[in-house]
Ligand binder design. Structure first.
Ligand code: G16
Length: 529
């Protein structure tokens, strides 16, 4: 190991004066700083696979919603889930070693701690999004993987959820699907067609997808054009230019639409009540929206998605006659009106976790149907083994059959914009709802999300699922004083795990109040930083 490490590490040096942290979704920062991080992450992926008796681990090189000059890397565990949190610290430690000797020491510590048999061959699937920095970072990651004996499959350009699917499929001997892009398209499109057909749907579907000029553009086109185009009377992908990496997430995409609460660029002649959706740069998030007759923009974000899913699944379960639990998991960003609607109208249990799919995912596993969505559009539905044992494509009960195919259509490994998009489009047809009916379930409290740039975001520490600041001391009290001045006011502050910024969220009874509260809390953040 030492010899190959010394040889392969040439050219991969830790930059001075930077501390790396495996954050909300892996490492993420300016791409120019990441070379050493991807090299050490490659090493850790190989070790993790060896530790898990050669099971396949995934490496995704992406910075998702971040600007084009950023990049990042994250690891995917064998079931397609995010890296086990206990290993995040090891990823951080390896990335912060500042000499080859220190790196060797840390590797030996990990090998000893987990009693890893280095003779076990590791298996790693790797993919990247469309960023310009991707190919060079891929090469450095592979150098890291080659420090040990690793079987590497490079899948080239993929959406993040495709890689999560592939990793799980690769570890499941075919029971989850074929480990290829074709296998992914086949699984989703077969389920989509079956739900459409067995339920006797005949109205075709219309959707315009804003793909954030990211990798979701060619992938959703491939899936729909090659497999299910006959079910659409209008399907168009805009912001589909992945040839020019500068355009990624620029004035378009799920993060832009959610944050600015307006249409992205390049929607041709927006028509009232037409349904639109936006993916982010690696297609693991989706938000929907439409405009009214008066041309008012209406956002159908992650909260609206999870409430639609919850109300649909409650109805479906009744029809199946099965005894199954449904629960929803949200974060502090969930609009207060959505939480109220879920618990008081739909009467489903609602849990709140810190930001990050890894947190929501685990809590959602406590239900037979665990729906988790962050307000920003990142989420999916998990189905328990108990449920999977009760549903079948050959059941004589249409609802049980439909439920079975939904478990196939929904990507249970992670939030997946393409899979979520197809699911929501079908559910709207099954409920015979348009965007306006969907939106009328409850009315969002006006809200505002701001980003504040501070010298050191690590000064901001939270508790209570990120709803209360414990540091800097005294700031939470000041925030509470402001919040109390506004009817239905709520606000919280947390450090972003993917951007060098502190996020401020505020909601209140009126738009003006939510903006004023967010601005005042942002001022407090600046004062205390
Ligand atoms: C990532 C995470 C999400 C999180 C988002 C923003 O999304 O996967 O769970 O909500 O970052 O996180 P933060 O507020 O900590 O910056 P994505 O779509 O960028 O991978």
């Amino acid at each position: 190991m030492e010899l190959s490490l010394k040889k392969l590490s040439q050219g991969h040096l830790k930059p001075n004066n930077v501390t790396f942290q495996y954050g909300t979704a892996g490492f993420r920062m300016k791409a120019s700083l990441l070379d050493y991080v991807v090299f050490t992450t490659g090493i850790l992926a190989a070790l993790r696979s060896k530790y898990l008796q050669g099971k396949t681990i995934g490496i995704m090189i992406t910075a998702s919603h971040n600007p084009p000059e950023d990049n990042g890397v994250k690891l995917v565990d064998p079931m397609g889930e995010m890296l086990a949190q206990t290993w995040e610290a090891h990823a951080t430690t390896l990335a912060n070693t500042s000499s080859i000797e220190a790196l060797i020491d840390e590797i030996i510590k990990i090998v000893d701690l987990f009693e890893i048999d280095l003779k076990t061959q590791s298996s790693v699937f790797i993919a990247r999004d469309s960023r310009e920095s991707g190919p060079a970072l891929l090469k450095s990651t592979i150098d890291g993987l080659n420090v040990f004996d690793s079987a590497i499959r490079d899948f080239g350009l993929l959406t993040t959820p495709q890689l999560h699917y592939l990793v799980r499929a690769g570890n499941s001997n075919g029971s989850f699907g074929h480990p290829s892009s074709e296998g992914y398209y086949a699984k989703l499109s077969i389920a989509f067609k079956q739900i459409y057909k067995i339920n006797g749907l005949n109205n075709k579907i219309s959707i315009i997808v804003d793909a954030a000029n990211g990798i979701g553009a060619p992938k959703v086109q491939e899936l729909i054009h090659d497999n299910i185009l006959e079910y659409f009377d209008h399907f168009l992908v805009v912001n589909n230019n992945i040839e020019n990496p500068r355009l990624l997430n620029y004035n378009c995409g799920a993060d832009f639409v959610k944050t600015n609460q307006k249409l992205p660029e390049n929607i041709p002649n927006p028509e009232p009540f037409n349904l639109y959706c936006s993916f982010d740069g690696d297609a693991d998030r989706i938000v929907f929206y439409y405009i009214t007759e008066e041309k008012h923009f209406q956002l159908l974000d992650g909260d609206k998605i999870s409430t639609l899913l919850a109300s649909y699944f409650i109805k479906l379960i009744k029809l199946t006659g099965l005894d199954l639990s449904v629960g929803v998991v949200q974060t502090a960003y969930a609009n207060g009106a959505s939480t109220k609607y879920l618990s008081e109208v739909l009467k489903v249990p609602v849990e709140c976790t810190p930001t990050g799919v890894k947190h929501l995912h685990h809590v959602a596993q406590n239900f037979d149907i665990g729906i988790y969505f962050e307000a920003n559009g990142h989420g999916t539905v998990l189905f328990s083994d108990n449920l999977l044992n009760k549903v079948s494509p050959t059941s004589s009960n249409l609802s049980i059959k439909t439920l079975y195919y939904l478990t196939e259509l929904i990507n249970q490994t992670v939030g997946d914009a393409i899979s979520d998009c197809l699911t929501i489009l079908l559910i709207l047809k099954l409920l015979d709802n348009g965007p306006n009916e969907w939106n009328s379930n409850y009315q969002d409290l006006p809200n505002k999300l701001l980003k504040v740039i501070v010298n050191d975001r690590n000064l901001f520490k939270t508790t209570n699922a990120e709803r209360t600041l414990v540091q800097p001391k005294g700031l939470q009290m000041k925030i509470d004083e402001k919040v109390n001045q506004y009817p239905n006011g709520r606000s919280f502050v947390r450090a972003s795990g993917t951007e060098d910024a502190v996020r401020v969220y505020a909601e209140a009874a009126t738009k003006d109040d939510s903006i004023a509260l967010a601005d005042q809390v942002a001022e407090l953040v600046k004062e205390f930083s």
